[in-house]
Design a binder for this molecule. Sequence first.
Ligand code: AMP
Length: 214
Amino acid sequence: MILVLMGAPGAGKGTQADMLVEKEGFVKVSTGDALRRQIQLGTEIGKKASGIMAAGELVPDHILLEILKAELEDKADKVVLLDGYPRNLTQAQTLQEVSRTKAVRGVIHIDVDSEELVERLSGRRTCSNCGASYHVVYGPPKSEGVCDRCGGAIVQRPDDQEDKVKVRLQVYEENTKPVLDFYKNRGLYHHIDGSGSVEEVNARIRLAIKEILP
Ligand code: AMP
């Protein structure tokens, strides 16, 4: 079954998914991470996606469909936390079709106001090896530039630069926000206040998941 994590870039979907994987044994599927792996491997998909991602725009739906199918394969018996998909209404429809047997059971919207999102994203730094997330002010690594988790090099994602952050937030407003209504109309939507510490937000999400999963 699938739990969709929704929210603007910087809302904390990836961080929260990682915490839930650790505590609950769920499986995380992040389309952004999957695309970044394709870029690192130098595949055709990676080549097509890299410029689009660096600009903060959406990668075409047909590429995401390939990624989604590959990522969901062999996970039918797991609770999948889906991070970064769907990002528009077409993708939301596609997910309903693709996931029939792993039906979407609930949608958790981590809601953070836009000023805070800009602050979080522009200060965000990411491990180039394992993807762990840091913040220059609110959550720096113990040793500057080195990942606490794996020792990898910490970098700024190209799409976390200020001008790209603006594009991504606009893309979210225009393309992804309508997806929230899609799920409200289907009785799957759960609102989560995304302000406060990661632990506070995690506790709110776990309460929502208790309602969703038997
Ligand atoms: P994320 O790591 O989720 O912030 O995603 C980084 C970037 O990957 C996005 O800004 C898009 O360029 C691309 N991407 C990830 N997921 C999708 C998706 N579902 N549809 C289109 N593009 C996506």
